[in-house]
Design a protein around this ligand. Structure first.
Ligand SMILES: *[C@@H]1O[C@H](CO)[C@@H](O)[C@H](O)[C@H]1NC(C)=O
Ligand SMILES: *[C@@H]1O[C@H](CO)[C@@H](O)[C@H](O)[C@H]1NC(C)=O
Ligand SMILES: *[C@@H]1O[C@H](CO)[C@@H](O)[C@H](O)[C@H]1NC(C)=O
Ligand SMILES: *[C@@H]1O[C@H](CO)[C@@H](O)[C@H](O)[C@H]1NC(C)=O
Ligand SMILES: *[C@@H]1O[C@H](CO)[C@@H](O)[C@H](O)[C@H]1NC(C)=O
Length: 325
């Protein structure tokens, strides 16, 4: 099975190449300013379109499109009020994600996998840590994501990364680097191997500043029903619509390099100066509340359709972060 092929990086390969080539022609809608403060086109500028108070990313036979936040940030929360491509969206992927730069980058992905009319979208999430991904999970949703706007968010602080849909946590990746690790949970029958292997603590994304991105592109080689259903271009253009994009985090100084120690300290320290400024690092943000834990259990019990943690074909040795989960 190659469900995840091509789904790893939320960077479409063509995006970088096309980015600089296409001339900017932004519609000057009413909503332009609201989005302009937060994001700018990252790719195929004319496929980022203002429509009144809304912002649309467009895919047609010529190109997809994308945007990137104007600032980078270290820790905080990024969210999008998003309505996905309606009708036949087979083969079309819309992504909302956070990513740092470089070979050892971290990345937290929402990828919305389109479908033929009337069949459900799947929401794939993934984390890259130090350049390594392969942590895909998939859920279906408890609503039609093409009928109205819903909020998709990632909260990131030194204790956890939380993916949320309308404030319901659907996935949590905890920092367990300080926890005692009792060893890999080997799923093979080879007891010798299992009992002699050494445990390593699960990795956690380090303090690299992230930008926030969204893009839409053609992924009909893998996205819909395993790549069997192709994009029907007679239904183009395909448009994902944003009502708002919010980034609430510790903004990285524009003149600082990614590794700037002073900026890491400023955004990581625990005495914050101004009260309430870094709310995403308050004690109650270090883990889910009891209510949220119940929501997470509910969402996973009813809507999880794929989890790399239990995919023993791909991972005969269970990834360390999956142990006990
Ligand atoms: C891990 O331990 C170090 C040293 O005690 C502490 O500073 C840090 O906050 C801990 N990290 C987490 C996520 O608990
Ligand atoms: C079990 O693992 C050990 C250590 O890797 C190896 O030497 C042995 O051949 C394996 N046994 C089987 C039945 O696969
Ligand atoms: C045995 O352990 C090694 C090292 O952790 C691992 O690469 C290998 O896949 C394991 N083999 C089995 C059968 O679990
Ligand atoms: C699309 O619909 C089919 C049929 O209901 C379903 O099996 C599949 O998981 C849906 N989503 C994707 C992305 O293929
Ligand atoms: C960035 O600009 C600020 C304010 O002008 C200055 O204090 C700081 O030293 C600069 N940092 C770097 C890395 O140039």
């Amino acid at each position: 099975m190659a469900l995840w092929n091509g789904g790893g990086g939320a960077f479409p390969a063509a995006a970088v190449l096309v980015a600089a080539a296409v001339a900017a022609l932004l519609g000057a809608g009413v909503g332009a300013t609201k989005f302009d403060d937060v994001v700018q086109p990252s790719w195929a500028n004319d496929h980022m379109v203002y429509d009144g108070d809304l912002l649309k990313l467009r895919l047609d036979a010529n190109s997809g499109g994308g945007f990137v936040s104007r600032s980078k940030f270290l820790y905080g929360k990024a969210s999008a009020d998003l309505k996905l491509v309606p009708g036949d969206s087979a083969g079309v992927v819309t992504a909302f994600y956070l990513s740092s730069a470089g070979d050892k980058h971290n990345e937290f992905d929402f990828e919305f996998l389109g479908n033929v009319t009337g069949e459900p979208y799947l929401v794939q999430t993934n984390l890259y840590i130090d350049g390594v991904g392969n942590r895909e999970q998939r859920i279906d949703l408890w609503f039609d994501p093409t009928a109205d706007f819903h909020t998709y968010a990632v909260l990131w602080n030194p204790s956890q990364v939380v993916f949320m849909v309308d404030d319901t946590p659907i996935r949590v990746y905890e920092n367990r680097q300080n926890a005692t690790v009792h060893g890999h949970h080997h799923r093979s029958n080879n007891a010798t191997n299992a009992s002699t292997s050494t445990a390593s603590p699960p990795p956690f994304p380090g303090p690299q500043p992230m930008a926030v991105y969204s893009s839409i592109w053609n992924a009909d080689d893998w996205a819909t029903q395993g790549g069997r259903v192709k994009t029907d271009w007679s239904h183009a253009p395909f448009e994902a619509t944003f009502r708002e994009v919010r980034v609430d985090g510790c903004a990285w100084a524009a003149n600082a390099t990614d590794g700037d120690a002073g900026e890491v300290r400023r955004c990581s320290e625990t005495s914050w100066g101004k009260e309430g400024r870094y709310w995403w690092k308050e004690k109650e943000m270090s883990e889910l509340s009891v209510h949220q834990s119940h929501q997470l259990v509910w969402a996973r019990a009813h809507h999880l359709v794929y989890d790399y943690c239990v995919d023993t074909d791909r991972f005969p040795v269970q990834p360390p972060e999956c142990a006990g989960r």
